[in-house]
Design a binder for this molecule. Structure first.
Ligand SMILES: NC(=O)c1ccc[n+]([C@@H]2O[C@H](COP(=O)([O-])OP(=O)(O)OC[C@H]3O[C@@H](n4cnc5c(N)ncnc54)[C@H](OP(=O)(O)O)[C@@H]3O)[C@@H](O)[C@H]2O)c1
Length: 329
């Protein structure tokens, strides 16, 4: 493996563009290929982003000897199939969140990564900006004492409600929980681990998917997390960690953290830390992943496969308690 990872992207949608931009701001990766289900779309994306190789099928990109790593930027329902296609060709895979639709699919994906001995990671990009490293350091160093409560939410109202698009279409794994609810749930998991119980309720939309979800998690030590997701309305998009000795607020938008306020019992004045992104933020997860690959690692210590599995298992249990499953499940 060289010291610059050669990347390809599967899919030419919205997030593929954000990742292409992010890669431009990394020192250890370069984007050299794009694949679409149609050659025209791949070629137009390649022209826009000045990418040397365009493929008119995912299979061609997966099989290309030019590449080391593939970023999967397709709807949730396609992740398993697309990731397996690439891993079978010994490509490292960074797959958008959620890693797959349910725990069954995620387990299968992890098993394939182990079978083919390749690096696999869920693209939970919020974990990698410098400020999230700072939040983890503050918690580890006991700056706010023991965590007792987390409040976090991610809600937005899309401009157009397209019943066929991936956000509202049950056949594409639509709904707020898997699209945005996974951010506060992953955040809480990062800080608190696995909950022992939860209560939840949801709002079912016209297409049958969850347009709102509220969840209260309870952890073995009595700590709690109050989380919310919505694709019906804009919410605060903030996170608030309350400990026995102080609090940390991650300002809007907490899923792309750039500003926190720390308030502690021992200091009378609040401390504000601002760490604006260099690049668009996707560069941090891309750089982390490229470095893992350069170092010969098969898993990330910041977003481990076991944790991805734990999180999707919880999402399954939450959906199960509502009596909501996807048509293909
Ligand atoms: N990290 C983040 O902040 C973030 C933000 C948004 C989305 N995401 C994640 O990224 C993934 C993609 O989201 P997106 O918003 O980029 O979606 P999108 O704009 O709809 O694009 C998805 C792309 O996937 C490809 N595709 C393959 N099979 C498809 C199918 N059956 N139906 C529709 N498209 C299909 C298409 O590319 P071709 O036609 O070129 O093959 C399409 O352009 C989702 O899993 C989502 O959770 C992450």
């Amino acid at each position: 493996m060289g010291n610059k990872i050669r990347w390809g992207i599967l899919g030419t949608g919205r997030i593929a563009r954000a990742f292409a931009e992010g890669l431009k701001h990394t020192i250890n990766g370069e984007l050299i290929a794009i694949a679409s289900r149609t050659f025209e779309s791949a070629q137009s994306f390649a022209n826009e982003w000045e990418i040397p190789h365009a493929f008119g099928s995912y299979e061609e990109l997966a099989g290309s000897e030019l590449l080391d790593a593939v970023y999967i930027a397709t709807p949730h329902t396609e992740h398993l199939k697309n990731a397996v296609l690439c891993m079978e060709k010994r490509k490292a895979v960074l797959c958008e969140k959620p890693l797959a639709i349910n725990a069954y699919q995620v387990s299968e994906m992890i098993q394939k990564a182990k079978e083919h001995d390749v690096l696999l990671m869920e693209g939970m990009w919020s974990r990698f900006p410098p400020l999230m490293h700072e939040v983890r350091r503050l918690i580890q160093e006991n700056e706010i004492g023991e965590i007792r409560t987390i409040h976090a939410d991610f809600g937005f109202r899309p401009e157009h409600k397209d019943p066929e698009g991936r956000l509202f279409n049950p056949n594409l794994g639509g709904g707020s929980l898997l699209d945005v609810g996974i951010y506060p749930l992953s955040f809480s998991s990062m800080l608190n681990g696995k909950p022992k119980s939860f209560v939840t309720d949801w709002t079912r939309g016209e297409t049958g998917v969850d347009e709102q979800a509220s969840i209260i998690l309870k952890y073995p030590n009595g700590s709690m997390a109050i989380l919310h997701s919505s694709i019906q309305s804009d919410t605060n998009q903030e996170a608030f960690i309350s400990g026995t000795e102080g609090t940390i607020k991650i300002h809007k938008q907490c899923w792309r953290p750039q500003k926190i306020t720390i308030s502690t019992r021992k200091n009378s004045k609040n401390k504000v830390i601002e760490l604006p992104f260099s690049g668009n933020g996707f560069n941090y997860e891309a750089e982390h992943f490229s470095q893992l690959l350069i170092d010969g690692k098969k898993e990330s210590d910041i977003m481990s496969l076991n944790e991805s599995l734990e999180i999707i298992t919880l999402l399954d249990e939450i959906r199960g308690s509502w009596g909501f499953s996807y048509p293909f499940e």
